[in-house]
Ligand binder design. Structure first.
Ligand SMILES: *Cc1c(COP(=O)(O)O)cnc(C)c1O
Length: 415
């Protein structure tokens, strides 16, 4: 039986109906592959935004530290402070941008911030000066993502502003790739060329400083790394690869292991004659006499409502989801699987026996991407396993140390 219990809103222990399992040893294995692609001298900034894509940022970050990761990328100052409060002392970058009200906490806790505009540079510098600190910023250059980032043509002048401002320290220069296929898409190479142009101009003007980074997982696994030809890229920012859900079309995707497993339980079994409709809208009807198993998971737990023709594993064997998902329940046809019982554990993502379903499989069946599924499943109770495995830290010493500024909190741990 399911041994997992959670404290319910009523303060009593109740068994999990649906939960995720986070395999920290799979994270270790994936970070070893990431390290192979990055090379020993490159800093790995593990992206843990949105609670580490639903995997639980604190546990992931704590373990990643033991695997030689050199920094973390987050989405908000709150996520950064959560890591600080959990004792993470490595550099943390708010990748995108922050809203004005988040700035003081970022400065106080030494959190690095992505920077895009002169106005923000000025307001950030002023705040930092007032607290007697320096704000660490990464200039974000828009080379084709078209979202955040300073336009290429204005990058040099913003770099000058950063250098002028006493309250600012240039901790990095970054850009972000748009194509999900990384360098397999020629547009990524265009972006790299634009970024290299900015870097060259900055170097010539003696304005370059801090880390230089552009590669997400797709970039890294399609060869965007190192200094060769691209300027001194010394940091990479993988997320999805570390969680083992890189698109299967990318190199080495098959060497990555899913970190997250999604499991639930069979709560009801029903024998139905051929022609029986199942679920809202009666969109599915049994073609034969069969047995329907109801699982205690639905779109209310973070499964996409569009999920149609996915599969689940029961005792290591596949069974198709049938009918529409309900808020709390899903239905599978188990007519071909004798021996399924109420209470059995069903696996929607992860290994069961010799078979495995990936986050990507589930995402495809729902016409979405593994990132979205991971985030949505973040609301489920979580069980961690493994974590004894570590990697010999392969970071060069200079990249592991967090150079303190005079008067600046280094670890920023909550007092
Ligand atoms: C999310 C994110 C990443 C990581 O992307 P993956 O595809 O998960 O590797 C890297 N850089 C930035 C700026 C991001 O927002």
């Amino acid at each position: 039986m399911n041994p997992h219990l959670a404290v319910s809103t009523l303060g009593v222990m109740e068994p999990f109906r649906a939960w995720t399992e986070i395999d920290l040893d799979a994270l270790t294995a994936n970070l070893a592959v990431v390290r192979e692609h990055a090379g020993a001298a490159t800093r790995v900034m593990l992206v843990v935004k949105q609670d580490a894509y639903g995997h639980g940022a604190v546990a992931i970050a704590n373990h990643a530290v033991r695997c030689g990761v050199g920094a973390f990328g987050v989405g908000t100052s709150g996520e950064a402070l959560e890591l600080r409060a959990a004792g993470i002392r490595l550099p943390i970058l708010v990748l995108g941008t922050v809203v004005e009200e988040e700035l003081p906490a970022c400065i106080r806790h030494g959190v690095h911030i992505g920077l895009h505009t002169t106005d923000r540079a000025r307001s950030l510098a002023k705040l930092a000066r007032e607290s007697g600190l320096r704000a660490r910023v990464h200039l974000n250059v828009d080379t084709g993502m078209g979202r955040l980032g300073v336009p290429v043509a204005r990058a040099a002048s913003l770099l000058e502003t950063i250098h002028e401002e006493e309250g600012l320290e240039l901790a990095g220069v970054m850009s972000h790739l748009a194509p999900p296929e990384g360098l397999f898409d020629p547009f990524a190479a265009e972006q790299v060329a634009r970024f290299a142009g900015v870097l060259e101009e900055a170097r010539d003007a003696d304005l370059l400083g801090g880390w230089v980074h552009m590669a997400n997982s797709a970039g890294l696994f399609t060869g965007l790394r190192g200094a060769e030809g691209f300027g001194a890229f010394d940091t990479v920012r993988p997320g999805i690869a570390a969680y083992g859900a890189l698109p299967p079309t990318l190199p080495d995707a098959d060497r990555l292991e899913p970190v997250l497993a999604l499991r639930t339980r069979v709560v009801f079994l029903k024998d139905v004659p051929a022609g029986t409709p199942v679920g809202y809208g009666s969109t599915w009807r049994s073609h034969r006499d069969t047995r329907i198993a109801t699982l205690a998971i639905g779109y209310g737990h973070g499964l996409p409502w569009r999920l149609r023709d996915g599969e689940v594993l029961l005792g290591g064997r596949r069974a198709p989801l049938v009918g529409r998902l309900s808020m709390d329940y899903a239905t599978v046809d188990v007519g071909h699987l004798p021996g399924v019982e109420v209470g059995d554990i069903a696996t929607l993502v992860g290994r069961d026996g010799n078979d495995i379903l990936s986050l990507d499989d589930l995402a495809r069946a729902a016409d979405t991407i593994p990132y979205e599924i991971g985030c949505s499943l973040g609301r489920l109770p979580r069980v961690h396993r493994g974590g004894e495995s570590t990697l010999i830290p392969a970071q060069p010493p200079a990249t592991r140390a967090h150079t303190p500024q005079p008067g600046q909190a280094v670890d920023g741990a909550r007092s």
